[in-house]
Design a protein around this ligand. Structure first.
Ligand SMILES: Cc1cc2nc3c(=O)[nH]c(=O)nc-3n(C[C@H](O)[C@H](O)[C@H](O)COP(=O)(O)OP(=O)(O)OC[C@H]3O[C@@H](n4cnc5c(N)ncnc54)[C@H](O)[C@@H]3O)c2cc1C
Length: 192
């Protein structure tokens, strides 16, 4: 009817990207062998999934050349970047600015490891799940590398960032996998 505000349409990809961009993440480079060639790709759609067994997940675009290597070798490594490794993030995202970034791969468990990262996990492919224009790559962790506990590279609102607060290791780190003994329920009648 005239004068009434138009009903909002379904959200579009640009809005989705803007809202998801509010979620600050670390930055990784996922690596895999493709025959004797190494392939690497910058990825932030990454999360840990399970402790028993050890599983993690990376969402990879269906057209990514990395995916071909992951499928062919059945293995990959996730390399977590430090704050000083932005040139590597740019390099492995195909950005011109990272063209001359220095890096070195080291042979590792089924997949090459990017030297100098904060940490890395070598995985074999557990499952590949098609999801829209991406493929969810679920990996079973076969080896872990602990690098320096140094400030991470952060991605937020479309840009590379640094942590604002001075870096200090917390005395009692929070365990995101810890389960509460007593579940907390809210009664709608009381809160509403
Ligand atoms: C912050 C950020 C997060 C992202 N997160 C994701 C994500 O989670 N999932 C996703 O699918 N995409 C993500 N992308 C996009 C993705 O990084 C790019 O689209 C990438 O170019 C596609 O990967 P590809 O395997 O096709 O790369 P290619 O275009 O084959 O490679 C990417 C770049 O890495 C270089 N490279 C690859 N291997 C080597 C090697 N061995 N030696 C030297 N250089 C090499 C290539 O020259 C190219 O410049 C992200 C991009 C950014 C900036």
């Amino acid at each position: 009817m005239a004068g009434e505000p138009a009903a909002p349409g379904p959200p579009d990809a640009q809005a989705f990207r803007r809202v998801m961009g509010r979620f600050a993440t670390g930055v990784t480079v996922v690596t895999a062998w493709f025959g004797r060639e190494v392939r690497g790709m910058t990825a932030n759609a990454f999360c840990s999934v399970s402790l028993e067994p050890l599983l993690l997940l990376v969402s990879v675009h269906e057209d990514a050349r990395l995916l071909e290597a992951v499928r062919a070798s059945g293995a990959f490594a996730v390399n977590i970047l430090g704050a000083d490794q932005e040139p590597l993030a740019r390099r492995f995202a195909g950005a011109e600015g990272g063209r001359f970034a220095e890096f070195r791969f080291e042979p590792w468990e089924g997949a090459p490891r990017l030297a100098g990262c904060l940490g890395a996990a070598a995985c074999t492919v557990e499952t590949l799940v098609p999801a829209g224009d991406h493929v969810l790559v679920l990996g079973r962790v076969r080896a872990l590398h602990e690098g320096a506990l140094a400030p991470p590279l952060v991605f937020w609102a479309g840009g590379y960032r640094r942590l604002a607060e001075p870096h200090a290791v917390p005395a009692e780190p929070i365990d995101p996998f810890a389960r509460r003994a007593e579940p907390i329920y809210y009664d709608e009648r009381e809160t509403g």
